[in-house]
Write a protein that binds this ligand. Sequence first.
Ligand SMILES: NC(=O)c1ccc[n+]([C@@H]2O[C@H](COP(=O)([O-])OP(=O)(O)OC[C@H]3O[C@@H](n4cnc5c(N)ncnc54)[C@H](O)[C@@H]3O)[C@@H](O)[C@H]2O)c1
Length: 391
Amino acid sequence: MAAIRVAILGAGRPGVRHAEGFKAAGGFEIAAVADLIPQRRKTIMEAFGVKKEVADALDVMSDAGIDAVSICLPNHLHLPVAVAALRAKKHVICETPPTLSASEARKLLTAAAKYGRTVLFAAQRRFGGAEQAAKQAVDKGYIGDAYHARAAWMRTRGIPVGSGEGGVGWYFDPSKSGGGVVLDLGVQMLDLAHDLLGRPRPVSVFATMSDHFHPAGRLPAAAVSVNTAADDHPADDSAAVSSEGTGDGSDADATTPSGAAAGPSGVEDTFFALMKFEGGKTLELSSSWAINQPPTQNGTICRVHGTEGAVDVYTRQGPVLHRKFSQRGDSRETPLKTPKVTHYHAMMRHFRECIQGKAQPLVGPDAGALLMAMVDAIYKSAETGKSVDVR
Ligand SMILES: NC(=O)c1ccc[n+]([C@@H]2O[C@H](COP(=O)([O-])OP(=O)(O)OC[C@H]3O[C@@H](n4cnc5c(N)ncnc54)[C@H](O)[C@@H]3O)[C@@H](O)[C@H]2O)c1
């Protein structure tokens, strides 16, 4: 079977990780790269032997030889570029968040149905080894009925900036980012925990948020012209396995304090949410780009509680299953075996299988629309101070 010819759109760190994933998965040829920054295009061309380059992502759409696109662009470009690609009969893998809002996500859902091409959101935490092992344990019924989860990604310091003119990155511009940490880290933990709970229908959300550490605020100003902190792409299991005390599963520079010299802000750096789902299931969800906390608390937590046991996804020992609780609260701990194929390798293999009709997208346009409906409710609750129904 001929290789799937893919174009990388946006050559920042996610673009490089996608390219690595395509190479590891096999069955792809990276045929083109698009980025406004020539040096970023050059880096990918040299590393992956890519021959074609364009500045604007939309310029690859007229190339009939390109079968698929990998959208690693600022958030406000996800919808227009994905729709342009679908119209041009190309398959799409798109970075998270899916779009800026639920209404945008529904437009993408409609376009995906109309043009009949694969759309997969790059929800990286579905494909990590620890996360896949936890999912298998839950699906096999090892914890009984999963009824509550606690998921958090709390960085002590690690505010992303993003590319932009004059040192003002797009992450701080709500018209381009759609918001702050909810859309960056929160959406990834929400997708993971909701899936581990069995994807129950969301009912309501109560949330609060704050922005004590935005760049115009308390972090020291630094001359930043392109992204220095937004990379959250664990390359292997050892990097991904993190917990309170073991890092946050991202590359080291993800927690580098950074700040634009000046610029708009108004996006949240921290949020806390309590979510209710059908059947009485619940989720405590939080994320922060910057919070004063004991250094050992920096990182990710995802614990799923069931009627027969619990799974702790991120521990220093890897994912752990707890069962056979005694009256005193002791339990039998079973470390879970992680699969061999993980992260971007696993994600791109899955993307290839979806394109070939051998699999359905794990996080497709319908899942993207549901995620964004929950995200919209988080923002609305924080704004109104009230519990909000998810629609
Ligand atoms: N899944 C994750 O863990 C994760 C982590 C970081 C970022 N992301 C997502 O990846 C996306 C990109 O984030 P980033 O941090 O790499 O941002 P970035 O600003 O560092 O990189 C975006 C790149 O897109 C290029 N670009 C902008 N407009 C373009 C256009 N019209 N045509 C071609 N190129 C264009 C920019 O020049 C830049 O190089 C965002 O949606 C972000 O949320 C996901």
